[in-house]
Design a binder for this molecule. Structure first.
Ligand code: FES
Length: 109
């Protein structure tokens, strides 16, 4: 991969920072992102729950769904879509690239 492929992406973490089946939260500038490791694939989702600002990165990851630790809403980490109430609106997801051991995220889609 050349550096041109990383245009618009920001290095956020390393692969070993996010154990399989878990999520971790990272703050990049004004953005707070939850990186989720689903069977070795990293998905990036807005850390802030659309229901009442709960920290999704502190929630439980169950396959492709993450459950908000505040009131239990669930979101698909691939699309940000709501899969369980009480949230009614989805959250943003972000494109990721793995380069070596580094995880890059594109915040401006
Ligand atoms: S803040 Fe996430 S379910 Fe309420």
């Amino acid at each position: 991969m050349t550096d041109n492929n990383l245009e618009g992406f920001v290095k956020v973490a390393r692969l070993q920072d996010i154990p399989a089946g878990q999520a971790r939260t990272f703050e990049i500038g004004d953005d707070s992102v939850a990186l989720c490791n689903v069977e070795g694939v990293i998905y990036a989702i807005n850390n802030i729950c659309s229901h009442d600002d709960g920290p999704l990165g502190d929630g439980t990851l169950d396959a492709y769904e993450i459950e908000c630790p505040r009131h239990g809403a669930r979101f698909d980490v691939r699309s940000g879509a709501v899969t369980a109430m009480p949230a009614a609106v989805g959250v943003d997801t972000f494109e990721t690239i793995i380069n070596g051991d580094d995880i890059y995220v594109k915040f401006d889609q």
